[in-house]
Design a protein around this ligand. Structure first.
Ligand code: NAD
Length: 456
């Protein structure tokens, strides 16, 4: 498999893809390692993860370089991703013992009841490329701490990072019998679906997620999906500082080139502040510096996958054909690299793909609304349910709107953020199941119910 640098279109290296025999061999290793690993004390397992955490920090420069080379995100964003991942790992190190220890829920002279949290076994972590450290550590760190063995399938677009993660885990003392990387694309992912694994944890597109859910259904094992979104942000009437709101919204739209599951993908603005907000938002777009992701000051690199430029191009053309105005960008940059000019569309509506389908790129539609009720109706007009955000000076207005959202996460005066302390989940077509928080620590376990009756 050729690994291409999306900024230069050069081949970085070639990697040998796993065939079926290699996948069987790796599965065999994991079967051998699981029992021993799960029988270790949680503190022993955590001590390996602590070393991995330290190695991530020690080797941040080389790891960030690998990430930027293969996915094209600006170097500063690669570093922030690794720092963010190390903070999440610290959360798991600190909190897992408390949430994985046996829980006594009833004690009396005759009857005692407790819950113990047993590992699932050998689990697949089939992952995405857009934040390979962040979405990876959400799964393989708590899975390992809970005593599982992990068959990790990084995306083919972030395979070098996947191999780097494996290198650091092995260096930290995690055995090759406990963590293995499956190298390759969809075909190799398919091979994992055919194995008798004990759980499937997937991060990626809606289409692949649905397929995997159906494919593994008959195995009767946990299958969790973290999928895409079409996340709305509403700028309500009362906002003292619209410049600040515009800055935050532009960051939510364009950070990582819009290639974030919880990127802001739709903007609704109250008509009384629409003109002012739009002016401030366009100013923010003008400040974006697109170019070589290794150059200091550049905050927008190339898209990771060339085919996404066609998706964006079609969305822009569809919107214009249906009456939208393109105020900025909206086309592929000629020359080398998968660069796409950040696009701002206005006069948009929900007949247009740009307001309904995940863009996963630097394209945004901004729709004027007459009141909060219209904003809520439009925000809810989606098959997705990942996040929703409201900007207003009034908490009561925000909370009323946010309560009505059918999404896993809601934001007041912030957007496009994830906290390790809170559950991360999508509803409807954005996914099933939870990572992060104390709930996400227990995701990788079977709770066993003990009814212990004293004969006396
Ligand atoms: P993708 O679905 O193309 O690929 C994801 C993974 O699935 C890759 O490792 C790929 O090789 C593998 N795969 C593809 N076909 C497969 C098959 N038939 N069987 C088994 N494995 C298969 O998604 P992507 O392009 O890597 O990721 C982008 C998507 O992920 C976006 O929709 C984004 O919103 C979503 N995402 C969601 C979250 C979240 O937390 N909800 C986080 C990051 C990304």
């Amino acid at each position: 498999m050729e690994i291409i640098n999306p900024a230069t279109e050069e081949i970085i290296t070639q990697i040998e893809v796993d065939d079926q025999n290699q996948i069987f061999h790796k599965f065999d290793l994991l079967q051998r390692g699981f029992i021993e690993w799960s029988n270790k004390s949680i503190q022993e397992r955590i001590s390996c993860i602590r070393k991995f955490h330290q190695l991530l920090i020690d080797e941040i420069e080389s790891s960030a370089d690998i990430l930027t080379n293969e996915v094209g995100k600006p170097l500063a964003q690669s570093r922030s991703e690794i720092i963010g991942a190390s903070q999440r790992i610290q959360f798991f190190i600190d909190k897992s013992p408390q949430y994985l220890e046996d829980e006594w829920v009833h004690r009396s002279a005759r009857l005692n009841e407790k819950i113990s949290y047993e590992p699932l076994g050998i689990v697949a972590n089939i992952s995405a490329w857009n934040y390979p450290y962040l979405v990876g550590v959400n799964v393989f760190i708590p899975a390992l701490i809970a005593g599982n063995a992990v068959f990790y399938k990084p995306s083919e677009y972030s395979l070098l990072t996947g191999l780097n993660i494996q290198k650091l885990l092995f260096k930290a003392g995690v055995s090759e019998n406990v963590f293995q990387v499956a190298r390759g694309g969809a075909d190799v992912g398919e091979l994992l679906l055919d194995l008798p694994l004990d759980g499937y944890f997937f991060t990626g597109s809606n289409a692949t997620g649905k397929y995997i859910y159906q494919k593994v259904a008959s195995k009767m094992v946990p299958c969790q999906l973290e999928l895409g979104g079409k996340d709305p942000l509403y700028v309500a009437e009362h906002n003292k500082d619209l410049k600040k709101v515009a800055q935050a919204a532009a960051d939510g739209v364009f950070y990582n080139n819009g290639q974030s599951c919880c990127a802001v993908e739709r903007l609704y603005v109250h008509r009384n502040v629409y003109d002012h907000f739009l002016k401030e938002f366009l100013n923010e777009v003008d400040k974006i510096e697109m170019g070589d992701p290794k150059k200091p000051g550049v905050n927008l690199g190339p898209l990771t996958r060339p085919q996404q430029m066609d998706v964006l191009d079609l969305q822009v053309k569809d919107a214009i054909a249906k009456g939208a105005q393109l105020l900025k960008g909206g086309h592929r940059v000629s020359g080398t690299g998968y660069f796409f000019q950040p696009a701002v569309l206005v006069d948009v509506n929900h007949s247009m793909s740009v307001m309904k389908d995940e863009s996963f790129g630097p394209v945004i539609g901004i729709q004027k609304v007459k009141n909060d009720q219209e904003a809520v109706e439009l925000m809810k007009d989606t098959k997705y349910g990942l996040t929703a955000s409201v900007y207003t000076d009034h908490q009561d207005i925000a909370e009323k709107i946010l309560r009505s959202m059918d999404t896993g996460t809601v934001y007041w005066n912030c957007c496009d953020r994830v906290s390790a302390r809170l559950p991360w989940s999508g509803r409807n077509h954005s996914g099933i199941g939870i990572t992060l928080s104390h709930i996400g620590i227990r995701t990788f376990t079977h709770p066993k119910a003990y009814h212990l009756q004293n004969p006396k």
